[in-house]
Ligand binder design. Structure first.
Ligand code: ADP
Length: 456
């Protein structure tokens, strides 16, 4: 609106100048006609005739007409005020020299046009008088003011309209955001099931959809967390319950023989051992889960790493008579966090031993392409039912709880493996056939992204 206001003012100034120029043109034309008529009719030499002629010219559009003689004396004044007075102003003298000056001033409120009266029979350059027409700005101001008031009215109407429209539309535009704010506040208060239904243009609807996706995800995370806490509590309670039962049964038999005490205490010790393993696994998982957890990357020879792990686990395999074979296609050197990758591989091979048949076998294969290292652990064990294959990486998931317990499993081993491999931007997958065997395949990039290396 401000530019519009400025523009209107400039426009009216230009318009006024135009009107003044037009008025001067008309007045000059009239003055010319008067001057010519005076000479043509030969009236210029006789003041009485001049008065008679001039007094008939009232219909012309000027406010005052003065006719001066060649000395600058007023011969005729349409206002009759200055007759016989001398008009020795600069512009009159100028006109008497044969020029046609004009003068206009808004402040003085005057427009003046002077035209010389040149006798028809006179010598060149002779001037016998001056026709002087004056006018005020009144009619121009009146016209301009009329136009101004019309345009100001239109502008005020426009102001009001724009104000109402912007108020209305800003309300419409901000409405969805207000609703979003209400929903965000509800979520902050803990209502994770809050959903929002925003209607509006494409972008606003997008925000609504993204918001709902976010709340869905938050809800899922919250549910997983709740499930995890429930599982943890349950897992930690199981050994404690056993300890309690064992202790109570001893308490109820004050005369129990020493051997029974010994046996029960061994069981209690085993349960405590199990509790410690669960807590250790949980701590490992929590450490891997941490966002700020950084990889301690170093160039690692995976052939050497796998061999050392297999060597460490050999006694466990020997108990079951399980044969382990390592097949390496090439030397694989990768930039990995050695501890975490060792943990992941150990869990896979340990499971292949634990869930193997007696005198079964395990085949560990290491290979790589130009980008990724690939490790497969293939066993001839009990296998995993089809509906469980995709669940084995879940925390605390065990196919056969009693069997897993017997083998000392916590259900956290594969979650740890999965997490460690994910941290390396790799993947791990499982395929299995019940009664025939299971294959775990993991893949990790050989090189870390440059940005990550710079950070570390
Ligand atoms: P656990 O500590 O019980 O071994 P894991 O997370 O390591 O926990 O494994 C989850 C479950 O997946 C195990 O309880 C077992 O039922 C199954 N599983 C894992 N590895 C194998 C395998 N090589 N052969 C058969 N079953 C397996």
């Amino acid at each position: 609106m401000i530019p519009l206001l400025l523009l209107t003012n400039i426009l009216f100034n230009t318009l006024e100048n135009y009107y003044v120029a037009e008025k001067i043109k008309t007045m000059r034309r009239q003055a010319n006609i008067i001057s010519t008529n005076l000479t043509v009719k030969g009236l210029d030499k006789d003041s009485t005739n001049i008065t008679e002629y001039a007094s008939k010219l009232e219909s012309y559009e000027y406010e005052r007409m003065l006719i001066l003689d060649k000395r600058g004396y007023v011969v005729y004044d349409s206002n009759q005020r200055d007759v016989d007075k001398a008009y020795a102003t600069e512009d009159v003298i100028d006109t008497l020299k044969g020029n046609t000056p004009t003068y206009s001033s808004r402040e003085e409120d005057i427009i003046k046009v002077l035209v010389p009266i040149i006798p028809t029979d006179g010598k060149k350059g002779e001037v016998s008088g001056v026709t002087l027409l004056t006018s005020t700005y009144a009619d121009i101001t009146k016209t301009i003011n009329e136009q101004k008031s019309v345009s100001y009215m239109i502008m005020i109407a426009l102001f009001i309209l724009i104000f109402i429209l912007s108020y209305y539309f800003s309300g419409i535009i901000t409405k969805p955001f207000k609703r979003l704010l209400v929903s965000i506040n509800k979520i902050t208060d803990g209502n994770l099931d809050e959903k929002i239904d925003i209607k509006g243009n494409y972008e606003i609807e997008e925000i609504g959809t993204a918001f709902n996706h976010m709340t869905d995800k938050l809800e899922r995370i919250d549910e997983t967390r709740r499930q995890f806490v429930a599982n943890v509590s349950h897992e930690l309670k199981t050994p404690l319950s056993s300890v309690k039962v064992l202790a109570e049964s001893l308490l109820m038999q004050p005369d129990a023989p020493k051997e029974l005490y010994k046996e029960f205490f061994e069981d209690i010790s085993q349960e405590i051992e199990r509790e410690t393993i669960i807590i250790d696994d949980l701590l490992t998982l929590v450490t891997l889960d941490k966002k700020e957890n950084e990889l301690n990357v170093s160039e690692t020879n995976l052939n050497i790493l796998v061999e050392s792990i297999m060597k460490r686990l050999k006694p466990l395999a020997d108990i079951k008579g399980v044969e382990m074979v390592f097949e390496s296609y090439r030397e694989v050197i990768a930039e990995v966090d050695k501890t975490k990758i060792a943990l992941a591989i150990t869990n896979l091979i340990e499971n292949a031993i634990k869930y193997n048949k007696e005198y079964g076998s395990i085949m560990v294969k290491l290979n790589s392409d130009y980008k990724n290292a690939r490790l497969t652990v293939e066993d001839t064990g009990i296998g995993i039912p089809e509906d469980s294959v995709n669940k084995v990486f879940q925390r605390f998931y065990r196919v056969d709880k009693t069997r897993s317990r017997e083998t000392g499993g916590t259900g956290l081993g594969l979650s740890i493996t999965h997490q460690a491999i994910l941290m390396h931007q790799g993947f791990v997958r499982c395929s299995s056939q019940v009664g025939i065997g299971t294959t775990f395949e993991m893949s990790i990039p050989l090189r870390r992204p440059l940005a990550e290396k710079n950070e570390s």
